[in-house]
Structures are given as C-alpha cells and as structure tokens.
Design a protein around this ligand. Structure first.
Ligand code: PRP
Ligand code: HPA
Ligand code: MG
Length: 164
C-alpha cells in the first residue's frame, strides 16, 4: 500500500475541541462505568472525555502496531484488567477511546477483548471507520494525521517560495 502523503497537522486547541465534540456525542450513550484508553494515542482524548463525562475509572490497553508510518504485526504489551473485562461481560457500559482508527487493525484486536464496549475515536479513515461506533472527523485514507504531541513549532517557508 502507498504511504499516506497528505499531511494533516492538528494543534492542541483543535484536538481539545474535537475531543470535546466527541464527548458531547458520547454523552447520550452513557453513563459509562469505565474508560479504556488505547495507549499511547488514546490517553490524551481519554483524559479530556473522562473529565467531560465524569468518569473516574480509567484503564489502559497497550497495543503497538506502527513503526513510524509502516504498520507491522500487532503486539499487545499490556492487557485489560479482569475487573473491566467482567464489567463488560456483565452488561455495564465500557467506553474504549483511541485518537484515530486507520486500517482498523488495532480496533479489531481491542474490540475482541471487550465485545460489548462502545468504541470511539476522534478521527477516522475510511478503511477503519466501520470498526468504531463514534468518531468526529473523517480524513481520506491517503492522509497522515500529525498529532500535537508529535509536533514542534518550526519555520514555514512562504507558499510562493523564497525566504521571508
Ligand atoms: O487502525 P490502525 O491501522 O490499527 O491504526 C490506528 C492506531 O495506530 C496508532 O497507534 P500506534 O500503534 O502507532 O501507537 P501509539 O498510539 O503509541 O502512537 C493510533 O494511535 C491508533 O492506535
Ligand atoms: O494518520 C496517522 N497519524 C498518526 N498515527 C497514525 N497511526 C496510524 N495512522 C496514523
Ligand atoms: Mg495508538
């Protein structure tokens, strides 16, 4: 598959706003007994959404699939606490949060762990969109989203070329 070549940089302000918009959407789906954040990208929206929805039980699951922009085998580095798995099996509402769904490979692995949970991401690409129950913004498959924690301020050359 060709690498995503359209950069889509997201600022902290924008990310906060989009995560809040997701919290508004999720409000009517709850109340949730717990949030499971998919580390590491899901930790930031999970904190914002937990604050908005007043959820205080936060768990993480560590799934690693990318080395820079190329996807490799999915490795589960930290699994989900048995209390949360039991809550999901008993019909309590559990919310899974990630920053984005791309191919859907990560979502598929975590969904299998919590089959009844509501799965939400801030951003979604078409290939993985059907793996999530809620998201805010869709971008094309050939877009690469740059999150604010991966960015730094740097000089931008003028559009017309030359220097300023
Ligand atoms: O839908 P997929 O194709 O599986 O891709 C989406 C996943 O990839 C990224 O995580 P990554 O594995 O890079 O780890 P990170 O969150 O620690 O950056 C992103 O945060 C999602 O979790
Ligand atoms: O577009 C993306 N941006 C950042 N991380 C990602 N992991 C999968 N797709 C992406
Ligand atoms: Mg991730």
């Amino acid at each position: 598959m060709t690498q995503p070549n359209k950069p889509f940089p997201v600022s902290w302000d924008q990310f906060h706003r989009d995560s809040r918009a997701l919290a508004w959407r999720l409000h009517s789906e709850g109340p949730f007994a717990a949030i499971v954040a998919i580390t590491r990208g899901g930790l930031v929206p999970a904190a914002i959404i937990a604050r908005e929805l007043n959820v205080r039980v936060i768990e993480s699951v560590s799934v690693k699939s990318y080395d820079h922009q190329s996807q490799g085998k999915i490795i589960v580095l930290k699994s989900i606490n048995s209390d949360i798995l039991a809550a999901d099996a008993a019909g309590q509402k559990v919310l899974i949060i990630d920053d984005l769904v791309d191919t859907g490979a990560t979502a598929r692995v975590v969904r299998d762990m919590l089959p009844n949970a509501h799965f939400a991401t801030v951003y979604a690409k078409p290939q993985g969109r059907d793996m999530v129950d809620s998201f805010i913004t869709e971008v094309s498959q050939d877009t690469w989203i740059f999150f604010p924690w991966d960015l730094d301020f740097t000089y931008a050359a003028p559009i017309a070329g030359g220097t300023d």
